[in-house]
Design a protein around this ligand. Structure first.
Ligand code: AHM
Ligand code: MG
Length: 322
């Protein structure tokens, strides 16, 4: 099944189905195809850059973040279904001038971009809400200050060995693999379910010394149980792996990042929606990620996400240590 057909066939599942959300998802898919192309090409540039000048490499990465951002912005503006965009790459919300549109999109256009110059996977993460402000007016910050449980759809694209788009509209999770010769996404992973348990642990232990006591004891427990640590350094890639094999990804608070590093609106929330829809879980160590009330656009949140029992266990460890 092609993505377009799948979206059309499932349109009646959308709360206010009238084709707009379907179009919006297609716009995102289109932008991701373009970005995939840019990233493939950047690989070549990166390899050359490595031999030469480090600064150029740094600029390259930043450039790609911006390229991805611009591609999405354009696709969403042209698609006309989005009135506002919140992106990791710009501080203010973007008014697409489509004031009649019903939806707003939060996104991290290129997650894990430091992976680019070493040819490791990167991703895009997105979250879609219905606006709160009236149709016909410009988007407001309020439109974005909604809890995860209000998301209409969320997903990610992983630019890896192949490009895969995974999304949910609250009726399970489906994954589509890009077939370059056809230029189409094809349903390759229908109804993805996450195992309740796993042995993969994805965490950067650099800040172990200043992690909360509960996290430290959980990590000690994982060591004792001989869990294996796999960390790609790109949230999308680590999450994707754990989604299929069972596992947990953590980015706890530490001295360096007192609220963790990841952004609530366009990193934690969308992946939490997917995790839950696949039977997994996500918390900030206390609260369900989906129930956190955002208070600012780029706010950070600790993240404990993955197989349900693993997330339950680390959360228990944290509560017990309080
Ligand atoms: P980015 O959005 O600037 O790429 O930062 C988010 C990334 C995540 O993809 C990844 O999991 C994390 O930062 C890695 O951070 P660290 O290097 O501190 O482990
Ligand atoms: Mg990111």
């Amino acid at each position: 099944t092609f993505l377009d057909r799948f979206i059309a066939a499932n349109q009646e599942q959308f709360p206010y189905a009238s084709g707009e959300l379907s179009q919006l998802l297609r716009d995102i898919a289109l932008a991701s195809k373009i970005i995939n192309k840019e990233i493939n090409r950047a690989g070549l540039v990166g390899i050359e850059g490595e031999v030469g000048n480090k600064n150029v490499q740094g600029e390259d990465q930043k450039m790609l973040d911006m390229v991805a951002h611009i591609r999405f912005e354009r696709a969403l503006c042209n698609g006309k279904q989005t009135c506002g965009i919140l992106s990791e790459e710009t501080d203010a919300i973007i008014d697409t001038k489509n004031h009649q549109a019903k939806y707003v999109v939060s996104m991290d256009p290129l997650d894990g971009s430091s992976n680019i110059h070493v040819n490791m996977p990167v991703g895009t993460i997105f979250s879609i809400f219905r606006r709160k402000s009236p149709q016909g007016t410009p988007p407001t910050e309020e439109d974005f200050m909604q809890k995860g449980i209000q998301q209409v759809a969320a997903g990610y694209v992983i630019y890896g060995t192949s490009m895969i788009l995974v999304y949910t509209t609250g009726f399970g999770v489906n994954g589509f693999t890009y077939e370059p010769s056809l230029g189409e996404f094809i349903l390759s992973h229908p109804d993805i379910r996450m195992r309740p348990d796993g042995i993969t642990l994805s965490v950067n232990q650099e800040n172990y010394n200043t992690f909360p006591a509960g996290v430290k004891s959980y990590l000690d427990y994982c060591k004792k149980e001989r869990y294996k640590t796999i960390y790609a350094g790109a949230l999308v890639a680590d999450f994707h792996r754990n989604l299929f094999t069972g596992g947990i990804y953590l980015y706890p608070p530490s001295e360096k990042y007192e609220n963790g590093k990841l952004r609530l609106l366009y990193e934690c929330m969308p992946l939490a929606f997917i995790a839950e829809q696949a039977g997994g879980g996500s918390t900030n160590g206390q609260l369900r990620t989906m129930e956190i009330q955002p208070t600012s656009k780029h706010q950070r949140s600790p993240l404990f996400i993955g197989s349900k029992n693993m997330v339950g266990r680390v959360t228990d460890f944290m509560v017990a240590s309080k």
